[in-house]
Design a protein around this ligand. Structure first.
Ligand SMILES: NC(=O)c1ccc[n+]([C@@H]2O[C@H](COP(=O)([O-])OP(=O)(O)OC[C@H]3O[C@@H](n4cnc5c(N)ncnc54)[C@H](OP(=O)(O)O)[C@@H]3O)[C@@H](O)[C@H]2O)c1
Length: 257
């Protein structure tokens, strides 16, 4: 695991947007960000799930969250512009953006891969993070040290048979991160990195590996040190890097990651 111990107030006064915040890794990340002092904007497609996260944050007395229901598969350019405008009005800046929502699509060979499925996976995993990043970039630039973390995968580093659009979308995610990190370098304080969570105990993992014992995988909570590190100021000068949440590493040793 990536080794990092976050101080309790690591994210105090930070405004962080999390996509896919209603379940899986995104839910756990949103709760952890709030527990460390952040005001979290919970974005996702299922309002009832977002409300549960909102309630849990409130019950714990952490900074009040905000809910922003949005289906990334159906959102228009104007929807993203409206989101950015709302954030600007409410907060005037954005300190962190965790692109976490993702779609597995179907596990099939390219020879059999369905075009509609392909388009849907690309829309949710690549086009949505592109549009969201583009629209909120001005708000991230207004923060003292804005952080964008994209969510990648092992199959975004090494292609694997039958992982189809998902694998290719994660390669594109790595590319988007590298292009944006290079563009912001010297231009703004915004840093841009990717996280590969590694096999983690969630609904997505269970549908990709139905025969696997879920207890053999780490929980979303186990992989949080890297998520906290990348949203907090200890990673302020780190950009353009691909992180692996479950591989050994620590902030002092970033160059070797
Ligand atoms: N778990 C793993 O082993 C693993 C490994 C490598 C990478 N990852 C990546 O980690 C991220 C989180 O995965 P997970 O395992 O937590 O998956 P998950 O349990 O399936 O959760 C995915 C999240 O994305 C949301 N989402 C999906 N389609 C959406 C859409 N059209 N609009 C808005 N939100 C949408 C889901 O919302 P609903 O709950 O409303 O459906 C859910 O909150 C993904 O990017 C995934 O590719 C996971």
């Amino acid at each position: 695991m990536f080794e990092y111990t976050a101080p309790n107030n690591l994210l105090q006064d930070k405004i962080i947007l999390v996509t896919g915040a209603g379940s899986g890794i995104g839910r756990t990340a949103a709760l952890n960000f709030a527990r460390h002092g952040a005001t979290v904007i919970l974005l996702g497609r299922t309002t009832s799930k977002l409300e549960e996260v909102y309630d849990e944050i409130e019950e714990n007395g952490w900074p009040q969250a905000a809910i922003y229901p949005m289906n990334l598969a159906g959102a228009s350019e104007q929807d993203y512009a409206n989101l950015a405008e709302t954030l600007d009005k409410e907060f005037g800046r954005l300190d962190g953006l965790l692109h976490n929502a993702g779609l597995l699509g179907e596990l099939k060979a390219i020879a059999q891969y369905d075009l509609d499925k392909w388009n849907e996976v690309m829309l949710v995993n690549v086009t949505a993070p592109f549009l969201l990043s583009r629209e909120v970039l001005p708000l991230l630039r207004k923060a003292k040290s804005g952080s964008i973390a994209f969510t990648s995968s092992s199959v975004g580093h090494q292609g694997r048979a039958h992982w189809g659009a998902y694998s290719i979308s994660k390669f594109a995610t790595e590319g988007l991160m590298q292009v944006m990190a290079d563009e912001e370098d010297g231009l703004s304080q915004v840093r841009v990195n990717t996280i590969n969570p590694g096999g983690t105990r969630t609904a997505m993992r269970a549908s990709a590996y139905p025969g696997e014992d879920p207890m053999s995988r780490p929980t979303p909570e186990d992989i949080m040190p890297l998520y906290l590190y990348l949203m907090g100021d200890d990673s302020q000068s780190v950009s353009g890097k691909a992180f692996h949440a479950q591989l050994p590493g620590n902030p002092e040793n970033i160059a070797t990651l």
